[in-house]
Design a protein around this ligand. Structure first.
Ligand SMILES: *Cc1c(COP(=O)(O)O)cnc(C)c1O
Length: 457
């Protein structure tokens, strides 16, 4: 496939450099073999995350200059409120400093110990915020999501039969709210169809369960619906977003993804009583409800970015860039989660390194090797992130897939960067059998991938 020409040109540059193999070896050792602990300047191509790493536009930067830093009732807040209402149709919302702050406040407001929160798949911070309140996050994605070779167009869909059975089993009174993540980050950045979203909303609502969307990549999801779902080809992404969010009772969102800002988040609800609790929690943890842990200028950048993230020329380029990287990697013989998602390519480390068991972290082995070989940083999404002891039996539960995520920052890297990543992976693929796993020398209880330290085996 051809690389899509970027629908922008570059007006500011940031130098990057590739340090020597010996320097990389020393750097990763000093980092405890955890790529989160590397100094960013020691990385050549940083695909750790697409969160807050995108390039803002000239319009966003100029909007920032008009930020109103009033403590309460700033103009910036009202500009953001206008964008939120226009895109999502919600009047009651608060800004937060990022997505997990919204999840924390939502969980504090709604989750009681022992309660369940179903979703297609919770992302790590959502999972941890529900657990931190004594709740139990439950993943009910369709079976195809566990099959990296399945070409299902909406692999992020929730299994409605499983959801109904689950609600029947634990009782709606033990489910304070239900969720869905669009796109499904933990499952490969795969989209959820509008038909599935409607069925999810109906199922929750039939049992009186409020429905919240984890909306981090709602715009990419809307564009996938436009491309792949019957009846949406002629609708604008804005119309699709409006239709999607009309189904929900609320949403939480990391604005660091599709709103293309470096920091920010949103939490919205239609429930007046819940909104009151949210504002009280927000004041305690984040700030006054009209700024929510952000500067006024950040709110302005978000208000502009929310619309830029929905721009269809941008989204066409974005999804094609990801698919291009996927195609080049596939050609090296490394399996990826198919079809390529919106924001990232997920390498199937389990398939590439079948000699490394779950408990020795094949994803981590591949992430470390990517750094050693090419100064590239990706992120393990596998047993380090998701393995946990079963609360009843105490036995380790491992995730289905051992992946390494190569997340693509928005509007940041070019075709030659993508080619370099694929070429580096090609070299690693040739000597995959010689890679070894690793073990923990330190691991915290929650969100352990961020700060754990390792030793190679
Ligand atoms: C990034 C992300 C979050 C958390 O947001 P932060 O801004 O990183 O705190 C939650 N859910 C999903 C699906 C995400 O991708």
């Amino acid at each position: 496939m051809n690389y899509p020409p970027e629908p922008f040109r570059i007006k500011m540059v940031e130098p990057i450099r590739l340090i020597s193999p010996e320097e990389r070896r020393k750097a990763i050792q000093a980092a405890g073999y955890n790529v989160f602990s590397l100094r960013a300047e020691d990385i050549f191509i940083d695909l750790l995350t697409d969160s807050g790493t995108g390039a803002m536009s000239d319009r966003q930067w100029s909007a920032m200059m008009q930020g109103d830093e009033s403590y309460a009732g700033a103009r910036s807040y009202f500009r953001l409120a206008e964008a939120v209402e226009k895109i999502f149709g919600f009047k009651q919302f608060v800004p937060t400093h990022q997505g997990r702050a919204a999840e924390n406040i939502l969980s504090a407001a709604l989750v009681k110990p022992g309660q369940y929160v179903p979703s297609n798949m919770h992302f790590d911070t959502t999972d941890a915020n529900i657990r931190a309140r004594g709740g139990r996050p439950i993943n009910l994605v369709i079976d195809e999501a566990g099959d990296p070779s399945s070409q299902h167009p909406f692999k992020g869909n929730m299994d409605i039969a499983k959801l109904k059975a689950f609600i029947g089993k634990v009782g709606a009174e033990n489910i304070p709210f239900g969720m869905v993540t669009v796109t499904n980050n933990a499952g490969g950045g795969q989209p959820v169809s509008m038909a599935n979203l409607k069925a999810i909303a109906e199922t929750y609502h039939a049992s009186g369960i409020p429905f919240y969307i984890d909306a981090a990549r709602y715009a990419e999801n809307c564009y996938f619906i436009k491309l792949r779902e019957k009846g949406y080809a002629d609708k604008s992404t804005l119309e699709i977003a409006r239709e999607m969010f009309a189904l929900a009772d609320g949403f939480c969102m990391s604005a660091k993804k599709d709103a293309i800002v470096n920091i920010g988040g949103l939490l919205a609800t239609k429930d007046e009583k819940v909104f009151q609790n949210i504002k009280n929690e927000l004041i305690l943890r984040e700030g006054f409800p009209t700024y929510g842990g952000l500067a006024g200028r950040d709110l302005d950048a978000m208000a502009v970015g929310l619309f830029e993230g929905l721009d269809e020329a941008y989204l066409a380029y974005r999804l094609n860039q990801t698919a291009y990287l996927g195609e080049r990697i596939r050609a090296t013989g490394i399996a990826i989660v198919e079809p390529p998602g919106g924001h990232a390519i997920y390498l199937d480390a389990g398939a590439l390194l079948p000699h490394i068991p779950h408990g020795e972290f094949p994803g981590q082995a591949l992430a470390v090797e990517l750094y050693l070989e090419g100064g590239i940083r990706g992120c393990e999404i596998g047993s380090i992130m998701f393995a946990h002891p079963d609360p009843e039996t105490g036995e380790m539960v491992y995730p289905q897939l051992e992946l390494v995520r190569l997340a693509i920052p928005r509007r940041t890297y070019t075709q030659s960067h993508m080619d370099y990543v694929a070429e580096t992976l090609g070299k690693i693929a040739k000597r995959a059998a010689s890679l070894r796993g690793c073990k923990f020398t330190y691991a915290p209880e929650l969100l352990r991938h961020f700060t754990a330290r390792f030793e190679p085996l």
